[in-house]
Design a protein around this ligand. Structure first.
Ligand code: NAI
Length: 707
């Protein structure tokens, strides 16, 4: 037997233990080991029943995701799990699956092949394959409806969300919840059932329902998927697979599932989602900051500024159990900030996210302040005052004076130089950028901005902090706009140019939401406030190079007082529930402005809109990558997916460009350069890689490897 699987005996009950840490993934060797154990059990007359359990902290948490990549590159196409699962099910001695931790994906499929399942009350089961653009591929779509009924199976396979043990018991996936020691409970259960005939899951057809009901269940699930998982193929395919199973024999149903599984496995969507899965794990790998870098303990924190961002950041810290001092400039601003925090917590309680007690506890952790008196003991300070260098420097000078040595001094600035802010202190090594996204308590992204002098300990601490806060922290360099906003500029510039050249506002937004963006670029402007960019542009107007075209429509809208959602009107007009509606008045204004400016109007296809906006992102992303402000292309992808509503199933902007092919992207960018001038000059890296027939992903691997 392989060393990943052990077989022991406990007075007539065989115990198969999978030991493949950390999550007992079904890597090569595990199925073989289980199979060999079953052979031995079959030959041993002293054994009456079997318990299969996971060693360590979990049952089988899923398939080995690396294996999926190998399957598509032709390196591994074994028989899969199906034969093993049939062998388990065909065993004449009952097999009891003992579940703790999680039984996800292949883990649940394995568990369902047993004759019984027992679980700790803390255990969870699920078929999360759709989150990787896949469907269950080892009869999950066929056995689950036989245990849990068609509606539950459809919900689990299409939604991908975990199900807790008590719910699994109710729906028939689990037969008993074990209190106390799982193995002892499972062995006792196995003794109870040892002499009963072992029932095969695949022969339990009584929960498969009738055609009419199933058609209804599946069609409403398809509607939900179209709304909640817009653009994703796998959820719909998962529903198809379950539905097919209700109409066919188990064997035929498995064949349909296999075919659909392979289609998903080779789809761009699945490859992209698997890329995102691994990329999210890669963000923590920083070549010059080894794992052993000491991490400073963050047991207390202060936030300066209780506005939009400061209030949200204070909540994020409090939610993670870190006590926070929240400092404002004056009492009315402090009261306003606290009122918003209270309202946000009340909303969460109302929506059932957590109880009133939890909300109170969190609120109690936020201590309002008008002075820096309590700052001397703080481990971390995050500054979120108005965006202005003079004010930021003043605040940091004060922090330098009052904070203890070793405290992490972070700024939430979205555009200002961390180095310049740090220069106002005597300890630039302790200064770093922590760029949260709005609303800070909701958005997962945290750009961690490394200044020239920022110490490795401070960077490692903030990377760790991002995890504690439930965020994805991505390390970026200190350039204007950092990574996300620096790329967002050209993207939104193009959206405006398109409108100025004749595309309708709705057509621009629709082309990008059809591509998969959560929100179109113009609607995003309305949400964030058009005045923010307008103020910045006014301040930096003297830096604009004469002769280079600048968009003007948004500035004009601001001059009319149309700042977006906050004023009830921007690109769109809004009702009191902030629902966007096209505003013919804006179209009229724009028509007049472009006529005055003499900009030729023409028809534009959705494809051109998408190319113009996305390649503007990609071209700037290539510059950022080449200049080293992002460690790897996949970090940029993670930033865009978690901070800017880029569809995960497209893998992020850089991955998307790789899938299109950089040669094609380069040619299109060059074409835009001929049509629209120097703002479209191809990034040197894009030109280089296109010429070499390489991808951003390959470039990143070489870079990180040699760093
Ligand atoms: P805001 O205007 O909502 O809040 C700023 C707050 O700082 C105000 O309540 C003000 O009274 C307070 N303040 C000013 N001086 C202070 C002092 N000396 N001590 C204590 N409090 C003081 O601004 P917002 O939007 O929260 O932005 C804060 C920072 O976060 C800026 O640097 C901004 O660029 C950045 N940011 C903003 C994002 C957004 O979407 N609003 C997104 C990401 C970053």
């Amino acid at each position: 037997m392989t060393n990943l699987v052990q077989l022991t005996k406990d007075n007539g009950i065989a115990v198969i233990t999978i030991n493949n840490p950390p999550v007992n993934a079904l890597s090569p060797g595990v199925p073989e080991g289980i199979s060999e154990a079953l052979d031995q059990i079959a030959q041993d007359d002293t054994i009456k029943a079997t318990v299969l359990i996971g060693g360590g902290r979990t049952f089988v948490a899923g398939a080995d995701i690396k294996e999926f990549g190998k399957m598509t590159s032709g390196k591994s196409r074994g028989p899969g799990l199906l034969p093993l699962l049939l062998k388990i099910e065909d065993s004449s001695k009952p097999v009891v699956m003992a579940i703790h931790g999680t039984a996800f994906g292949g883990g649940l499929e394995l568990a369902m092949a047993g004759h019984y399942r027992v679980a700790l009350s803390s255990a969870q089961v699920g078929q999360p394959e759709v989150k990787l653009g896949l469907i269950p591929g080892a009869a999950g779509t066929q056995r689950l409806p036989r245990l849990a009924g068609v509606a539950k199976a459809v919900e689990m396979c299409a939604g991908g969300n975990p199900v807790k043990a008590d719910e699994a018991l109710k729906s028939g996936i689990v037969d008993r919840i074990i209190e106390g020691d799982l193995l002892a409970g499972a062995v006792a259960f196995a003794r109870e059932v040892a002499h009963k005939p072992a029932r095969k899951t695949r022969e339990r057809n009584e929960k498969l329902g009738n055609t009419e009901e199933n058609a209804q269940i599946c069609s409403s699930a398809r509607e939900t998927a179209a709304k909640k998982q817009r653009g994703l193929l796998a959820p719909v395919v998962a529903i198809d697979a379950v539905e097919a199973g209700t109409k066919l024999s188990f064997e035929e149903g498995c064949k349909v599932e296999q075919k659909l599984f392979i289609e998903c496995l080779f789809s761009e969507q699945s490859k992209s989602l698997i890329h995102v899965f691994f990329s999210e794990r890669d963000v923590g790998k920083i070549p010059d900051i080894p794992k052993e870098t000491p991490i400073l303990p963050i047991k207390s924190a202060a936030v300066v500024g209780a506005g939009t961002m400061g209030g949200g950041i204070a909540m994020v810290l409090a939610n993670a159990g870190i006590p926070v001092v929240l400092k404002e400039a004056d009492q009315p601003a402090l009261d306003r900030g606290l009122a918003t925090i209270r309202k946000n917590y009340a909303n969460s309680v109302q929506r059932g996210r957590f109880s009133q007690d939890v909300a109170e506890e969190r609120l109690q952790r936020i201590k309002p302040a008008l002075t820096y008196d309590d700052f001397s003991t703080m481990d971390l300070v995050i500054e979120a005052v108005f965006e202005g260098m003079a004010l930021k420097k003043e605040v940091f000078k004060e922090l330098d004076r009052v904070c203890k040595p070793g405290a992490v001094l972070a700024s939430n600035t979205s555009t200002l130089s961390i180095d310049e802010i740090a220069s106002s202190t005597s300890r630039p090594a302790s200064v770093i950028g922590t760029h949260f996204f709005s609303p800070a308590n909701v958005m997962r992204l945290l750009e961690i901005v490394r200044g020239r002098a920022t110490s490795k300990e401070v960077i490692a601490t903030c990377m760790q902090l991002s995890k504690t806060l439930g965020k994805v922290g991505v390390l970026v360099g200190n350039c204007r706009g950092f990574v996300g906003n620096r790329m967002f500029g050209p993207y939104r510039r193009e959206a405006q140019f398109l409108v100025e050249e004749g595309a309708s506002i709705e057509a621009v937004d629709r082309a990008l939401t059809d591509f998969g963006m959560a929100l179109g670029p113009l609607a995003t402007g309305d949400l964030a406030g058009l005045d923010v960019g307008w103020r910045i542009r006014k301040e930096y107007r003297h830096l604009e190079i004469p002769g280079i075209r600048q968009p003007f429509a948004e500035d004009r809208l601001c001059e009319l007082g149309r700042y977006g959602q906050k004023t009830g009107a921007g690109w769109y007009k809004y009702d009191d529930q902030r629902r966007a509606m096209p505003d013919p008045l804006v179209a009229e204004h724009i028509a007049k402005w472009v006529a005055e400016a003499g900009i030729a109007q023409r028809q534009m296809s959705a494809a051109e809109i998408v190319d113009r906006c996305l390649y503007a992102l990609v071209n700037e992303g290539a510059r950022i990558l080449e200049e080293g402000y992002a460690l790897r292309a996949s970090d940029i992808d993670i930033i865009y997916i978690n901070g800017y509503g880029f569809p995960a199933h497209r893998g992020g902007p850089m991955w998307y460009a790789d899938t299109v092919g950089l040669k094609q992207v380069y040619e299109r960018v060059s074409e835009f350069q001929r049509q629209h001038g120097e703002i479209w000059q191809p990034a040197p890296l894009l030109k280089l890689l296109a010429g070499q027939g390489k991808t951003f992903a390959e470039f990143s691997r070489d870079q990180v490897a040699t760093a």
